[in-house]
Design a protein around this ligand. Structure first.
Ligand SMILES: [Zn+2]
Length: 267
């Protein structure tokens, strides 16, 4: 993000604040939607998070990027929302929301949108700590250090949670996608190995060893291909176009931010 935009927004420039919030709003909305799994809650979280980004921009020290910081703020807004609702009956787990994460492109086939839907369902069924790490790293494309900042954990802890989350995601999809591929008892843990490879944790010799096994083992080859397809279906296309609803949310947050500033100045 443009550093001068942050400086101008901090100084109280309305247009700059609108631009800044508009640039993070689509990913905040997407993340909130996938974490809350409920449109009304996601909208509340979005509003909360946008206002929070605007009012706290003064104290943002630039140790992380503005988008990562916005994810961290959204995550706490989600947690507050969940705590406030913990005595209410949970929404049905079969409610599938957030399917607008990928914008259909001309190359999108029926098969890939079916895969995206399968993956979205499987993600919705995972525990929150697995879902959030997958959303940040594999859907939103944050780097491991960026995602670690958002989740307030070390990079090592982030990576180890990510490997477990990817394995859980693949496990949830295995009956559907790999029903006919039976690994042998002696097969290595290719899911973990592939996940570590994606995080640059696998050294060259371990990598070569895995590739050698996968070349001679159709079940493991299938597993690797499936995991790659799943992670590809996870990835959201970066959206820069604001829907009219999001643009209205941004304007509302900026208006509230200005109002609060005025009240503070007068008081
Ligand atoms: Zn194998």
């Amino acid at each position: 993000m443009d550093e001068t935009l942050v400086i101008r927004a901090r100084s109280g420039d309305r247009a700059a604040m609108e631009d800044l919030l508009a640039s993070v709003a689509p990913s905040i909305r997407r993340f909130a939607m996938r974490m809350c799994r409920n449109e009304a809650d996601a909208d509340d979280v979005l509003q909360d998070a946008l206002l929070s980004v605007a009012t706290n921009l003064d104290s943002f020290e630039g140790r992380s990027s503005v988008p990562s910081w916005a994810f961290a703020i959204t995550r706490s807004a989600c947690t507050r929302r969940r705590r406030g609702k913990k005595n209410e009956p949970a929404a049905g787990d079969d409610v599938l929301v957030g399917m607008e994460t990928r914008e259909p492109g001309p190359e999108d086939s029926a098969a890939s949108s079916e895969m995206a839907e399968l993956v979205a369902r499987a993600l919705d069924g995972l525990p929150d700590d697995y879902r959030e790490v997958l959303l940040l790293r594999d859907a939103e494309g944050l780097t491991a250090p960026e995602a670690a900042v958002v989740l307030a954990v070390s990079v090592d802890a982030l990576k180890s949670r990510l490997h477990r989350a990817r394995a859980a995601l693949r496990e949830a999809l295995r009956p559907t996608l790999e029903a006919d591929a039976t690994p042998r008892a002696a097969c290595p843990d290719v899911v973990r190995a592939l996940s570590r490879k994606l995080e640059d944790e696998l050294d060259a010799s371990a990598c070569a060893e895995m590739e050698k096994h996968v070349d001679g083992c159709p079940a493991c080859a299938r597993t690797c291909d499936t995991l790659k397809d799943v992670l590809r279906a996870c990835r959201t296309s970066p959206t820069t176009v604001l829907s009219p609803e999001l643009a209205a949310r941004v304007k509302e947050a900026v208006a509230q931010w200005l109002l609060r500033r005025d009240v503070r100045t007068l008081g």
